[in-house]
Design a protein around this ligand. Sequence first.
Ligand SMILES: Nc1ncnc2c1ncn2[C@@H]1O[C@H](COP(=O)(O)OP(=O)(O)OP(=O)(O)O)[C@@H](O)[C@H]1O
Ligand SMILES: [Mg+2]
Ligand SMILES: [Zn+2]
Length: 368
Amino acid sequence: MKLALYRKYRPKNFSEIIGQETTVLILKNAAIQNKIGHAYIFYGSRGTGKTTTARILAKVLNCKKRQEDSKFSELGEPCNECEICQAIDNNSFLDVVEIDAASNRGIDEIRNLKEGVQTSPSLGKYKIYIIDEVHMLTGAAFNALLKTLEEPPRHAIFILATTEYEKLPSTIISRAQRFLFKKVSALKILEKLKEIKEQENILIDDEALELIARSSEGSLRDAESILDQISSSAQKITLDLVEELIGKSSLKIIDQLTEMILKNDLASSLEYIRKLNDDGYNASQITKDLISYLRKIIVLHVNPKFTDNFQNDFTKEELKRLIDLSKLVNLDKHTVFLKYLIRAYSEIRYSPFSFIPLEIALIENLKQ
Ligand SMILES: Nc1ncnc2c1ncn2[C@@H]1O[C@H](COP(=O)(O)OP(=O)(O)OP(=O)(O)O)[C@@H](O)[C@H]1O
Ligand SMILES: [Mg+2]
Ligand SMILES: [Zn+2]
């Protein structure tokens, strides 16, 4: 079976981790100075590198080459070549124990942990327990874990990972070093997807890659999984295909922007566009979608019966929303605006300034 892309492209070094610069810097420095804490909490949204970073840290702590070669150990990275690094990568190293707290809420595992943690590591320097989804542990399991965290043997290190930090008891939190894993920006996701596209020879339009990057909401794993899924379903991947797969995610965005425009709220709409730009949205696509949305709303303003014509494109609720928005239309003002938008659209396609033509259209039309 083919290895899933997100596993194939799992970073093996700290330096390959994307978008978690502060966390990586601190962990690397700790490794260089051999100042290792005995408990860490990695928290933050899904698919942002928590488990990956935990495994890299486990390798760093036990890597043979780091112990034998002081020059190498100053890099703060695992060698990925010694038998210990390789065993950890293959999940077959006895001194690194991964526990999935979600699977049976951890009672047996924590009991085993309590016993196992006291015996010395078999081959490595440290025994490392990676507890995933740690917020799922039962109260009893948390208590057992807490006891161990209060007086851990010197060879034991705990890395607790969770997407739901607020569910952790404060007694656990206060005994660990905490690291937030941030959502990865769409731009950085896009860069990574482009790299994978090159290496895997995937035929995919840039626009389609952009849509994948945006719609994965900061999760690199989600982005890689979507690319995986879609590249095995078609030879050449177009924007249409991706849209079909993930649903037209842009409707909500366009709807919000349209409301700001119809309410003549220039400040908010400019701010919103700046955010879309930061999040890596494509100016040309946004403007195109805005034109088609606004046109429908203007048509409905002139003749509400036109909803019949839009029934294939929208749900009942969405249609109701269109009708509501159409009540805000000022026919003269907004038809002129539509013309400006169409001009902005053709300018954007040939200009290096992406969102600026759209901004100008807004400023010219929404100013008092
Ligand atoms: N920051 C990142 N840098 C590079 N690749 C990443 C990053 N985050 C996630 N990935 C990719 O996504 C895959 C899954 O990441 P990982 O398992 O570390 O996420 P996680 O934060 O533990 O997610 P979950 O909360 O769902 O357990 C990795 O194998 C890698 O391909
Ligand atoms: Mg994980
Ligand atoms: Zn090694």
